[in-house]
Design a protein around this ligand. Structure first.
Ligand code: GYE
Length: 325
């Protein structure tokens, strides 16, 4: 009797110390294996950027020995959380999560960690005040969105021909990290220039059709607009359609600037309808494979694996249009 209690106490103490050690170490490790079950819960597939990103993961699967489990949340953060839960239940080894919005996906990040699944955020991040790289998830792989917004603003200041800029901003998905940061980077630069005014800033949810609709409405309230800054190319293309429908001449009487580097945007630059797009690459598959390999070897991964972005203008758009998506 006594002995069993002793063993029980030792076992409990051991379990506690293991438990504490795991918490102190923080992140779940990744075992070295021949094949990995990899979760990629895509947020939506309504634009070429998302389709190119999913394809990049699919194309990487064979070379990187992944059994890829990919889902599509069709634009719903709640569905994306449910997709992560189902991947955890299916026993994925590792999670590459593009969180649609900064806050609603945090419980999914926490549950993946609690289930012992190392998680990497790809292309978007979550609220850094609540969930932290190196603690709740391993790392964020992606671009510097503040810098993208800043670079668009600087290019606009250098290339705008008029005296006074009247700017409409089409924001990305409300509550998403690229929408928050692309706005901040742009607004901070523009605020330092008295001849530039942002007269309206509204979400178009990163979607072409919504960008067109929002632009149609805003154009009626602000017919004097001469600069449109869209947080992504799809909304920029939507805005160009709305402008043309209203008899305006994008590229001539309105400067359209944006971010991503899609094929349609590069073509719009070649056609003279758009001024610039700062790159935001969707090709995360190979990077995910490389970083995962380093993590499995026991390396500590830097909290932000930064993607460097090019800039596309009439100087180089024709050179890159064929490789664009
Ligand atoms: O710019 C946009 C997409 O999160 C960086 O999301 C990504 C953005 C990209 O829907 O087109």
């Amino acid at each position: 009797m006594k002995r069993r209690t002793m063993i029980g106490a030792v076992a409990l103490a051991f379990a506690m110390s293991v438990g504490t050690a795991a918490v102190a170490e923080g992140l779940p490790p990744l075992e070295k294996k021949d094949r990995y079950k990899v979760g990629f819960p895509q947020m939506e597939s309504n634009n070429p950027w998302r389709i190119a990103e999913t394809k990049s993961f699919q194309d990487t699967a064979e070379a990187c020995n992944w059994d890829l489990v990919a889902t599509d949340a069709a634009g719903s953060a709640a569905k994306q959380v449910a997709d992560v839960d189902s991947m955890i239940a299916q026993g994925i080894d590792i999670l590459f999560l593009p969180p649609r919005e900064e806050k609603p996906l945090i419980p999914a990040v926490m549950r993946a960690k609690a289930a012992g699944i190392p998680t990497f955020l790809v292309d978007r991040s979550v609220d850094p005040n609540v969930a932290k790289a190196g603690e709740h998830y391993v790392a964020f792989l992606g671009s510097d969105f503040i810098d993208q917004g800043r670079r668009v603003a600087e290019w606009t200041l250098e290339n705008f021909k008029g005296d006074k800029g009247t700017i409409i901003q089409l924001e990305g998905t409300t509550g998403s990290s690229p929408a928050n940061d692309r706005k901040k980077g742009f607004d901070d630069v523009i605020a330092k220039h008295d001849n530039m005014t942002i007269v309206a800033s509204q979400t178009g949810d990163f979607a072409r059709d919504m960008g067109r609709q929002v632009m149609e409405t805003l154009l009626q309230a602000h017919p004097d607009v001469n600069i449109v800054y869209a947080h992504n190319d799809e909304m920029a293309i939507g805005a160009i359609q709305a402008l043309e429908l209203a008899g305006r001449k994008p590229g001539d009487d309105v400067l359209v600037v944006s971010i991503d580097g899609t094929r349609d945007a590069l073509q719009a630059i070649i056609d003279g309808k758009m001024g610039v797009t700062v790159e935001s690459s969707p090709f995360f598959g190979p990077l995910a494979c490389e970083v995962m390999g380093r993590y499995a070897s026991g390396e500590t991964i830097e909290p932000w694996v930064k993607v460097e972005d090019r800039i596309f203008t009439k100087e180089n758009a024709a050179k890159h249009v064929d490789e664009a998506y």
